[in-house]
Design a protein. Structure first.
Lengths: 450, 181
């Protein structure tokens, strides 16, 4: 599973030996995130976000379980119990602000994690399964966050729920019955709130399960790295502990500074003031916007304003509403096909001159445009902006990426990770395969593998 | 020959038990999934038939009221002669959802337009029922969520909504009262 030079776990005391025979959990940890897991030596800070995402999931679970002790999922009292958490429960305000901002930070981290994957083509063989499981996690996260946002039963909660469950009504024939079945009524009400709470509680644990599969799949080929070339030899790697536990720890510190700053000083900045008004099914807020992390997909949904018709006949093939729904879900489901759409044998964007230009000057501006358009009212010029950006989004993945990956001439790759870091493949101290010399100074316990 | 037949028969009897056992388990699993799925559908209290009576006598021409029908907003509007004329001017064949004003008002009703206040796009409450609200480019209702414009007959004219505002079943129970539902 790991590289031949991975340091094997050797229990030192009688107790750890006894544990190792009965339940080799310490061995698993040692080989997964300890000194027994060799990792490319050249990972940059973009490789911090996986660990940070795991940390975010833990924040959400801990604060969420606590919120659930004080919250009641009933339309009569949901809004009041949320305010009760804010005003009466000891440290309740902290738990709620940490949970709400935790969701935002979770998405910031996951977006950076995904962008890392897109730029360095981490989705390519042999890491397709890691990527596919990642897309599953992202979909589950979106469902979880959507249902969580409904729970406080404010205006945005209610109308967000109404609009998003309304999407299912667009499906031909079964749509309306499906929608009624999903919310358990003709509009979101107590039945919907209750089931959303139940699922919002459950899904994070499902996510945790898929995360375990994601990491399991990762540990088969090991991490990719900024050069995108595979590990060839021991000098290309360093043990996860202490090198990356330290680097991840430093990243975590920076993350916590930003996170606590938001929780303590700007707790409502990323939220919407209308959600402090109790849900009113008879009055729609002037502008319904989802949480910021859904804006690009919301922009794609709204970009379709006209039906798809057979020209000059007026026969409607697909209604605008359904088109928007298909495009919105399609924009993410597309990611499942990415490992096969991008045909370039080279992974890292650094060695792909043409891809790199399209990435920074096409794809990134397109995402920014979608963010802006998604948060703006459905008026010009924003409608046009969302249409252009939506068109580019699909063009990028379905046309540009496959073509560029076949016609571009990649830059020459370094021979090895060692060469790219140290200038020469022979420069590593103790380069011969069986040596473990580089660990010998400060981490005395590091032994050669054999 | 006889031997081979016996062997075959033995295999068949074993096969039969496998198939029977698996089918029974399969039917059982499917049957137990049924309540797991159907519990999500609207419960009896939600489904319980409800009707709403609306007194329309106090509604002046050009005015609308917003009330509730099955927990969803309902618009009841008395159309002005201009609004009626505007709605009748349009060629029905040009519409996305082809209905004439009379189709929507029903027999013997000249000016009371009863529609759900639920945008047929994704379910927002359109504006235009209350004084001073944006009535959209066609002078009826305007849904601010994604910009659907409805005309004076509540028909979709522009924007993403696929169909006209829904006209629920209703009837006049007297000169001045309608019963919806
Ligand atoms: C994947 C992880 C999670 C995400 C992305 C997430 C997201 C959210 C969001 C966006 C809200 C609305 C916050 C607000 O507007 O105040 C929320 C509320 C809530 N969540 Fe979570 N959540 C997660 C995990 C959990 C877990 C594990 C639980 C409990 C077991 C939980 C329980 C609650 C409760 C009770 C509320 C309502 C109280 C409130 O609105 O502040 N959440 N969640
Ligand atoms: S819900 Fe009315 S336009 Fe989308």
């Amino acid at each position: 599973m790991s590289f031949a030079w991975a340091k094997p776990y050797e229990p030192q005391t009688g107790f750890t030996k006894w544990i190792d025979e009965k339940l080799p959990l310490p061995r698993l940890v040692y080989n997964a995130v300890g000194a027994g897991y060799p990792v490319p030596r050249n990972l940059n800070y973009m490789w911090n976000f996986g660990v940070l995402a795991g940390f975010c999931l833990m924040i959400q679970i801990v604060t969420g379980v606590i919120l659930a002790m004080h919250y009641a999922a009933n339309t009569e009292v949901a809004f009041a119990t949320t305010e009760h958490i804010m005003r009466n429960v000891n440290s309740g305000w902290l738990m709620r602000y940490a949970h709400a901002n935790g969701a935002s930070f979770f998405f910031i981290v996951i977006y950076l994690h995904i962008f890392r994957g897109l730029f360095y083509s981490s989705y390519k063989a042999p890491r397709e399964m890691i990527w596919l499981l990642g897309v599953v996690i992202f979909l589950l996260m979106m469902a979880t966050a959507f249902m969580g946002y409904v729970l406080p039963w404010g205006q945005m909660s209610f109308w967000g729920a109404k609009v998003i469950t309304g999407l299912f009504g667009a499906i031909p024939l079964v749509g309306e019955s499906l929608q009624v079945w999903l919310v358990g009524g003709f509009a979101p009400d107590n039945a919907a709130l209750n089931r959303f709470f139940s699922l919002h509680f459950l899904l994070p644990f499902v996510i945790a399960g898929v995360v375990i599969l994601h990491i399991w799949a990762l540990h088969i080929p090991g991490s990719s790295n900024p050069t995108g070339i595979e590990v060839k030899q021991e000098s290309d790697t360093v043990p996860f502990h202490p090198y990356y536990t330290a680097k991840d720890g430093f990243g975590l510190g920076i993350f916590l500074l930003a996170f606590t700053f938001m929780v303590f000083f700007l707790p409502n900045m990323l939220g919407h003031p209308d959600n402090y008004i109790e849900a009113n099914p008879l009055s729609t807020p002037a502008l319904i916007v989802p949480e910021w992390y859904f804006l690009p997909f919301y922009a794609i949904l709204r970009a379709f304003t006209d039906d798809l018709t057979i020209p000059f006949t007026g026969i409607v093939l697909i209604q605008a509403k359904l088109l928007g729904v298909i495009a919105m879900f399609g924009s993410i489901l597309l990611w499942f096909f990415l490992p096969w759409l991008d045909k370039s044998p080279v992974r890292s964007g650094h060695y792909r001159p043409m891809f790199k230009k399209f990435f920074w000057f096409g794809f990134i501006p397109c995402m920014i445009a979608l963010f802006i358009a998604g948060g703006a009212p459905a008026e010009q010029p924003y409608v046009l902006l969302s249409q252009i950006a939506t068109a580019y989004y699909f063009l990028h993945f379905l046309v540009i990426l496959p073509i560029v990956s076949q016609i571009e001439v990649p830059k020459p790759l370094p021979y090895s990770i060692t060469e790219s870091v140290l200038g020469s493949d022979d420069a590593a101290p103790g380069k011969t395969a069986s040596s473990g010399a580089k660990g010998a100074d400060d981490i005395g316990s590091l032994q050669p593998a054999e | 020959m006889a031997d081979a037949n016996e062997a075959n028969e033995g295999v068949r009897r074993r096969d039969f038990i496998h198939v029977a056992a698996l089918s029974t388990a399969g039917v059982g699993a499917a049957a137990s999934a049924l309540p797991l799925v159907s519990q999500m559908a609207p419960s009896a209290d939600v489904l319980a038939e409800s009707t709403t009576d609306v007194d329309v006598s106090a509604i002046e021409a050009g005015q609308s009221i917003k009330t509730v029908f099955r927990k969803q907003p309902l618009f009841v509007k008395r159309l002005t002669p201009e609004e009626i004329a505007e709605a009748n001017e349009v060629d029905v064949a040009d519409l996305r959802d082809q209905e004439s004003l009379t189709d929507r008002l029903g027999e013997g009703n000249e000016d009371i337009l009863v529609t759900m206040g639920v945008c047929t796009h994704l379910g927002c409450v359109p504006l235009g029922a209350a004084e001073g609200e944006n009535k959209g480019e066609y002078g009826g209702y305007f849904c601010p969520c994604h910009g659907s414009h409805y005309d004076t007959a509540g028909r979709i004219r522009k924007g993403p909504a696929p169909t006209n505002l829904v006209v629920p079943d209703f009837a006049f129970t007297s000169e001045s009262v309608i019963r919806v539902g």
